[in-house]
Design a protein around this ligand. Sequence first.
Ligand code: DAH
Length: 339
Amino acid sequence: MRDRISELLEEVSKLSAENAEQLEALRIKYLSKKGEISSLFNDFKNVAADQKREIGGLLNELKTKATERIAEMKAEFEAKQAQADAPDVTRTPDPIEVGTRHPLSLVKNEIVDIFSRIGFSIAEGPEVEDDWHVFSALNFPPEHPARDMQDTFFITRDPDVLLRTHTSSVQSRVMTSQKPPIRVLCPGRVYRNEAISYRAHCFFHQVEGLYIDKNISFADLKQALLYFAKEMFGEQTQIRLRPSYFPFTEPSAEMDISCNICGGVGCAFCKNTGWVEILGCGMVDPAVLEACGIDSKVYSGYAFGLGVERITNLKYRVKDLRMFSENDVRFLEQFKSAY
Ligand code: DAH
């Protein structure tokens, strides 16, 4: 028995295992109820009385050594495993997928950026408006068709509560709440009662511009718009102003830019004219200034309004307006830009 114990002591001190399964097999071999050490303990009763003390001591030593060695190996495995599970902080990270901005936001941001360089700041107004800010203050006569249910969304039975049909309503808000000089850009969503098709939608986006100060002339308007057209569509871009009519401006004009697809030679996009219309503009009608409490004998100003979808079509050639509101990621992911 003594020999067997010292044999096992020797064995136990050299135990090694390559993995957790091997370690478990060793534990069973030495330490389980039917293991080597237990069976020695079972045989202990046969040891002669005068040797019991010595052999018992050796047996206990063996048991302690085996238990310690196996616990030691277990701790080693656990430490190794913890290391393997820990994140590798030195690994090159996966690139982060950032989203893309909506094309209409890109274009709106670019418009805002261009005008902010010549002193325009942002003004905003509510989408749910009253008749006065959308129509009356802006010189729309009472019988004007825009006030009709056919064209405007009224959202309660009260004809005074409606969805703004243009961002010009923000003009009325700014003029009644600020004193000139006023130089603001008003981006926002507008609503009209239109059947939805590839070229019309019941909501779309505009950017309104308004500049009121002493001695503002049509030449100032033209200069600002020429600067905008060149910044937005390139240095070679030309503009032309055609007389037009809006209730809130006098004189009024519509502005075309030289077609940025064919360079002005004529193509299907510009219907062979070489020009495409991008905005409406004019000198703020004195009646509008007066309605908003600004002295039209002292101040004058210009205003313009452009459609964000229109500019986006020109820049990115999106043929179907509906794509802007369908949120198809395959469409949206194609727009990457500095804005
Ligand atoms: N509000 C006009 C529209 O929705 C656009 C417009 C035209 C705005 C002329 C203006 C302007 O400020 O001067 O069609």
